[in-house]
Design a protein around this ligand. Structure first.
Ligand SMILES: Nc1ncnc2c1ncn2[C@@H]1O[C@H](COP(=O)(O)OP(=O)(O)OP(=O)(O)O)[C@@H](O)[C@H]1O
Length: 461
């Protein structure tokens, strides 16, 4: 049998409360409060579906209580009750999210109809909440673990920015700090949650591919194009969120086109003559300072301002050490399930290693380290010796230590990172006998990233 819906009645007039309770209690669960404070407390504790709220309460105005009710999660549907029709109050109440209003003395037929509509609205909203949670589960929004104040502040800013459906959000922070996870959090807490979340990494594709991925193309747009044409990611993400990872690598011509899409909300697919309309939010991420890149001319300033209405800086893991052990336990739990293991605790020795390691690859590196232990060891406690690879001279230090084990001495006059990257890639390519897969493994990067870099630097062509 369907559970009865719960109605909270907040009104200081005892006679009115008694009459309403008598009328509603046959089909509904009714709870009552005589003051605004008491009403708020009951609403928090009992999570009613519907609140009938008197505007003229003795302690606080019903309008104030309405604002606070609307901030509750879940927030109830509210019908205001007023002694006489004060248009100003009623308009204000509707603006603040009241569903409807009733004027005392209430007409029974009108009362019944209003309550019925309001309760239908409440069940619809419950259903939407349930679906939103389901979408969140399906979109695999992992729990964000972390109590560090800067991290919490970033999280709060993300959830607040989610409320505005259009504001561009720029996430900045080192690789592996959780930028994509934050982008998903913004999407799933926004009014766009029921629509797609689509991600594009701008660093791994050639300019031509990025352009055709974003804008799509009509049939026969260029040689090598699919005969039937292709829908661009802008269209796939319509209604939802487009996540542009490593946005600083967006080619200049695509930056100009994207700016127009943001301004005009429409675009032409490559080779197309029919305009497509899109309505979406762009969340972008960058692991260097995008404004600095804009100042150096590597990124359009006008696009920067459009993408970075809200800027969120995510702290590196080494700057939030109090989160290392909670994250370790969180990953242990996840990976125990994945590999059928039973790790429960972390020994004091292992804790010391985890806490003193620099984590240049941030949370991603920590997750990988935990995964390696869970996969290779059989125990219920993570021991110091399980983490030897993180210690001095360990593989991690060789691979990811400050100078990647290369003994690089930096000259005082500065270096060109790009030139350095080109040299390293070229030497690695030669060392691996010009074998691309081997070189990608040697450099610990995905093969497609290597292919892009080889092309960019004109190596091996
Ligand atoms: N606070 C957190 N709580 C739980 N898991 C996290 C947290 N932060 C990051 N992770 C996990 O760490 C991994 C890396 O995160 P993510 O891919 O979001 O980082 P990123 O900053 O986007 O990296 P990149 O710049 O390399 O793309 C993912 O597996 C993610 O689920």
């Amino acid at each position: 049998m369907r559970e009865k819906q719960k109605i909270l009645l907040v009104d200081d007039e005892r006679g009115f409360r008694q009459a309403i309770v008598r009328f509603l209690q046959k089909d509904h669960t009714v709870i009552e409060a005589a003051t605004g404070r008491e009403g708020l407390e009951l609403a928090r504790a009992e999570e009613p579906d519907l609140v009938l709220l008197d505007i003229g309460l003795p302690d606080e105005s019903g309008l104030e209580i309405l604002t606070q009710l609307k901030e509750l999660r879940p927030s109830p549907t509210v019908v205001m009750v007023t002694a006489y029709e004060q248009v100003k109050d009623v308009v204000l109440a509707m603006k603040r999210g009241a569903f409807d209003y009733l004027v005392k003395p209430v007409d029974l037929e009108e009362f019944e109809l209003t309550i019925q509509h309001a309760l239908e609205n409440a069940s619809l909203r419950n259903e939407v909440d349930r679906l939103r949670q389901e979408v969140q589960r399906l979109q695999k929004v992992d729990r964000l673990v972390g109590r560090n104040p800067s991290f919490l502040e970033a999280q709060m800013l993300a959830v607040k920015s989610a409320q505005s459906p259009d504001a561009g959000v720029l996430l900045q922070g080192e690789s592996g700090v959780g930028k994509e996870l934050f982008a998903r959090l913004i999407h799933s807490s926004s009014p766009r949650a029921a629509y797609p979340f689509v991600a594009l990494n701008c660093a791994v594709f050639s300019p031509e591919i990025i352009e055709s991925e974003l804008f799509g193309y009509e049939k026969g747009a260029f040689t090598g194009a699919r005969a039937e044409g292709k829908e661009g990611l802008l269209e796939v993400a319509d209604g939802g969120t487009l996540f542009l990872d490593e946005v600083v690598d967006l080619p200049a011509e695509v930056q100009a086109k994207l700016l127009r899409v943001i301004e005009e909300k429409e675009f032409y697919p490559l080779g197309g003559t029919k305009k497509r309309r899109v309505d979406l939010r762009i969340v972008s991420a960058c692991n260097r300072n995008l404004w600095e890149a804009a100042e150096q001319g590597a990124f359009r300033k006008d696009l920067f301002f459009r993408l970075a209405t809200i800027q969120i800086k995510l702290p590196a893991l080494r700057d939030r050490r109090q989160d290392i052990l909670p994250l370790t336990h969180y990953f242990l739990e996840q990976l125990n399930d994945k590999y059928g293991k039973r790790f429960r605790t972390v020994s004091p020795d292992a804790q010391k290693i985890l806490l003193s390691y620099a984590w240049p690859g941030n949370v991603r590196e920590l997750r990988n380290a935990v995964e390696r232990v869970v996969l290779l060891e059989n125990d219920d406690t993570v021991l110091g010796r399980h983490l030897r690879f993180l210690g001095p001279g360990g593989e991690a230090a060789k691979m990811e230590g400050e100078d990647a084990g290369l003994g690089v001495e930096l000259p005082d006059e500065g270096v060109s990172l790009q030139a350095l990257e080109k040299t390293v890639i070229k030497k690695a390519y030669e060392k691996c006998g010009r074998n691309k897969s081997k070189t990608a493994r040697f450099l610990s990067i995905p093969r497609h990233v290597l292919l892009y870099r080889l092309k960019k630097y004109g190596i091996g062509s």
